[in-house]
Design a protein around this ligand. Structure first.
Ligand SMILES: C[S@@+](CC[C@H](N)C(=O)[O-])C[C@H]1O[C@@H](n2cnc3c(N)ncnc32)[C@H](O)[C@@H]1O
Length: 248
């Protein structure tokens, strides 16, 4: 069980595998008022930057779960670098269905709601590891316009516009599912660039050093279109944010 290698190539230099910058991630940690000793579960934790920096900055303890051996190795190294290795644990496992035996103060899934087969299922999954009155954090895309046409939907890498909602639609759906939105931090175009444009540099650097690799053709083809596709579609039309939720 591992993430296909192309993802690790594309995001080889990313610590945060989503469109929030380090600054926005820190803003989120402060906004949700973490306290020393609180516990956090992060499903699909990537390279563990949220757990490691929040443990350093707020004294939390936590567990991260991911299928990527490359990202988990980076997470372990980052925990050691920040001196929080004794407070955070990383688990190589499928996050779909992952429930901790001891419930936590904060349960998160940032940018991977397919683990619960969509937003409602992911909230249900996270809640199974949450203390009563605890906080959920969910990172999810949304459309920045009401009715994206099919070219925009496909240009953003999706099949069906109903895969995601508008921002008001998304906030409404949290309420419908029984959750209060108590905080949020949204990506903007500059923070999207740090996620998307940084991938092109990593891809090109990898390609220059690996011209004979079996993935070289795929990486070349991606580089041919990625920047234009991104500025034409995702940058203007796709929003992204992390929403903090408390059960009503
Ligand atoms: C968009 S990245 C987000 C990573 C991290 N939450 C962050 O924001 O930096 C998606 C992550 O989901 C992980 N992933 C995908 N499917 C998974 C699964 N079934 N179980 C656990 N992790 C999974 C990938 O390895 C990747 O690290």
């Amino acid at each position: 069980m591992d993430l296909p290698r192309i993802f690790a190539i594309r995001e080889a230099d990313h610590r945060i595998h989503n469109p929030l910058t380090e600054h926005k991630l820190a803003t989120l940690g402060a906004a949700v008022r973490l306290r020393p000793g609180q516990t956090l579960l992060d499903l699909a934790c990537g390279s563990g930057e949220m757990l490691c920096t929040w443990s350093r900055d707020h004294g939390i303890h936590g567990t991260g779960v991911d299928i990527s051996t490359v990202f988990l190795a980076a997470a372990e190294a980052r925990a050691a670098e920040l001196g929080v290795a004794g407070r955070v644990t990383f688990v190589h496992d499928d996050a779909a269905g992952f429930v901790l035996p001891e419930p936590v103060d904060v349960a998160a899934c940032i940018g991977a709601t397919w683990i619960g087969d969509g937003l409602p299922g992911t909230l249900t999954l996270l809640e199974r590891s949450l203390k009563p009155g605890g906080l959920l954090l969910v990172g999810e895309p949304f459309w920045r316009l009401d009715q994206p046409d099919q070219a925009i939907v496909e240009g953003c890498g999706f099949k069906d516009r109903d895969e995601y909602d508008s921002l008001p639609g998304l906030v409404e759906s949290f309420g419908r599912l029984g959750w209060d939105v108590v905080e949020m931090v949204l990506a903007d175009e500059d923070s999207w660039d740090r996620y998307a444009a940084a991938q092109w540099f990593s891809l090109r650097t990898w390609l220059d050093a690996n011209l004979d690799d079996e993935l070289a053709g795929q990486v070349r083809a991606e580089l041919d279109t990625a920047a234009l596709q991104y500025v034409r579609y995702r940058r203007p039309y796709l929003g992204w944010g992390v929403f903090a939720l408390r059960r009503r």
